[in-house]
Structures are given as structure tokens and as C-alpha cells.
Ligand binder design. Structure first.
Ligand SMILES: [Zn+2]
Length: 69
């Protein structure tokens, strides 16, 4: 037995709106995760406790994505 999840249930119109919102959230989350993943993997970020050039770019990208929503 398999039922549709609540998120995908409902009218097609409602589903499209939810889909758009989810894509927007995913892109913000994706940018945020990329930044976090970098700071956790980058020796420079971890050693210095500050953002290196790459981290600054990723942080700015995340802010840009958020601002564009
Ligand atoms: Zn770094």
C-alpha cells in the first residue's frame, strides 16, 4: 500500500505552487549547504576560523540566492 505524501496530494494547481516553493527552498538550501560543506572540509577555514576566499564567495552566493527570492 502506498499513499501519496501530503506534500504532493491535492489539486494539480496547488501542487505546482508547492513545487515552485520547494525549488526555491532547495536552491537556498543548496547554496547554504555548499557553504557549510566547504567550511567543514577546508583546512584554511577550520584552522583560521574565518572565511577564506572560496568560503566568502559561497557565502555571498547564498546571500544572493536568498535575496533573489
Ligand atoms: Zn575555505
Amino acid at each position: 500500500m502506498s499513499e501519496a505524501t501530503d506534500a504532493t496530494a491535492g489539486t494539480a494547481e496547488g501542487g505546482a505552487i508547492v513545487g515552485r516553493a520547494m525549488r526555491a527552498t532547495t536552491s537556498i538550501l543548496g547554496a547554504y549547504r555548499a557553504f557549510i560543506a566547504h567550511t567543514q572540509a577546508c583546512e584554511e577555514c577550520r584552522a583560521e576560523g574565518v572565511d577564506c576566499d572560496d568560503a566568502s564567495r559561497l557565502r555571498q552566493l547564498w546571500r544572493d540566492v536568498k535575496a533573489a527570492q
